[in-house]
Design a protein around this ligand. Sequence first.
Ligand code: MG
Length: 249
Amino acid sequence: MIVLKTSRELALMKEACRISAEALKIAGQAVEPGVTTAQIDKIAYDYIISQGAQPNFLHLYGFPATACISINEEVIHGIPSESRVIKEGDLVSIDLGAKINGYNGDNAATFAAGKISPEAKRLCDTTREALYEGIKKAVAGGRIGDIGSAVAGYCEQRGYSVVRDYTGHGIGAKLHEGPEVPNFGTPGRGIRLLPGMTIAIEPMINEGRAQVKTLSDGWTVKTVDGKLSAHFEHTVAITQDGPVILTEL
Ligand code: MG
């Protein structure tokens, strides 16, 4: 179901998104060689709780942590672990959100551990830029396909693949609401974008092929070809005055 938010609801979401963005920033700052993904998860958890909010991924569909932390060929949904130590040159994707006053925020970014390869940096930069290309198309009167087409076009031109098995989503009182927000599509197709819609746009971009598989832990999604993946996400409100990035600090 797609829920259009009032300005009062948008104000409440803005607080959830601010906390989500701060938590992601702090978690990202903790990424360095020698740190475990469980330590990063704890930092995000402690910050969200300190703000009087709740980590909204924790226990959702049974997920056991505050953040999804996915390294290198892992795309999304990596489970933080005390035995997972970040190494020099790793690409560390962190996805997390917070809920407060009944509303949710959701955001993700890929961080470099120490010095990364030029190839890894180009993938990261392209994925972040593709997110902003998609956000530009989150305008009232447009269509959902405009967003996905912009994201995919930007990445595919640069030789990358767009993960198609997972998409962005509407967000509000529920972390996952309608509509689906694919990172591919046809301009002018799909549902019409209306003021008051709040959506999470989240390109997952692969260095190699688009195909992904889920590991035996039931959560971690990785590239089938073992090549790198990056992930950036913002929660965005569609307004009469254009897109507003709620998770931008
Ligand atoms: Mg999301």
